[in-house]
Design a protein around this ligand. Sequence first.
Ligand SMILES: NC(=O)c1ccc[n+]([C@@H]2O[C@H](COP(=O)([O-])OP(=O)(O)OC[C@H]3O[C@@H](n4cnc5c(N)ncnc54)[C@H](OP(=O)(O)O)[C@@H]3O)[C@@H](O)[C@H]2O)c1
Length: 299
Amino acid sequence: MSTKTQQPILVTGASGHLGRSVLKHLLETEKFPPGKITATTRNVSALADFAARGITIRQADFEDAASLAAAFAGSKRLLLISTDTLDRPGHRLQQHRNAIAAAVKAGVEHIVYTSMPNPENSPLLIAPDHAETEHALAASPLTSIILRNNWYFENLFLGLPQYLASGLWYSASGDGRIAHIARDDLGRAAAAALASADTGNRIYNLTGRKAYSTEEIARLVSATAGKPIQVVPVPVEALIQGMIQAGMPEGLATIFASFDTNTAAGRVADITDDFLKLTGVHPQDYQDWLAANRANIAG
Ligand SMILES: NC(=O)c1ccc[n+]([C@@H]2O[C@H](COP(=O)([O-])OP(=O)(O)OC[C@H]3O[C@@H](n4cnc5c(N)ncnc54)[C@H](OP(=O)(O)O)[C@@H]3O)[C@@H](O)[C@H]2O)c1
């Protein structure tokens, strides 16, 4: 994807990890003119560093539907970063619908959206938000690029302190594999999609170079950290109960456990070369990423 747009572009949710990575790659990898980039966020001061680099920063909260069209005004291509709102089913979907409706009203022509692998009919409890957002985009008058982002390497850090402290990694993912990828690579891919002149409807399945089982990941992480981590296979119900006993609310524990069910079903295992097609480079290798993050992993 080499032809670049000359049109103004916008990144929503820009102060998150992925959003900041997208802004960095727009400036440094895509060499996109900062004067043609708008970043929206609920917390404008969190992007003061990018404001200083010439990007326009505007306040926008998907909860405040009426305010969004003004925040999006003037941009033709918009990256809709899925939110992290998981408090009740459908809440996040409504936020995304608000954003899509506002983009249409504001004269945006094309949306790039951060989805997930195989969102249709998924055992993963957060999947319907993504599937329905994809449907809302298809039903809108806009064209869209759907980025079906595989899981971040960085998700490791959610459970890592526990694995290292106990030496145990309870898992219901069986032999299921994860074709995970560095979050910064996904930021790079989103920047490439947003900065391109492509106005077609497309889906990119963005994955790493190789898919790993939980057992393999544990072995590699253990070697990197220099501490033993043993995977303990458990049924999904036991996983949920374990998380509840550790203090997690039941709703959240059920959501987290459904990631393992989804992995066990082989729904995040497929490897594609879509990242290469979109960016022109290969994604980072997992073992290289572990080595580069050794200090954080060892704790
Ligand atoms: N593929 C994966 O493994 C994976 C892992 C975790 C999350 N995700 C998804 O990918 C997204 C980006 O990941 P991340 O690492 O950047 O997550 P993050 O650092 O937790 O950022 C969360 C993002 O959600 C935005 N947001 C939350 N509520 C919002 C609202 N009411 N209106 C507008 N934006 C709102 C935030 O925007 P502001 O704070 O700037 O307003 C922020 O960009 C997540 O939100 C989640 O949907 C994917």
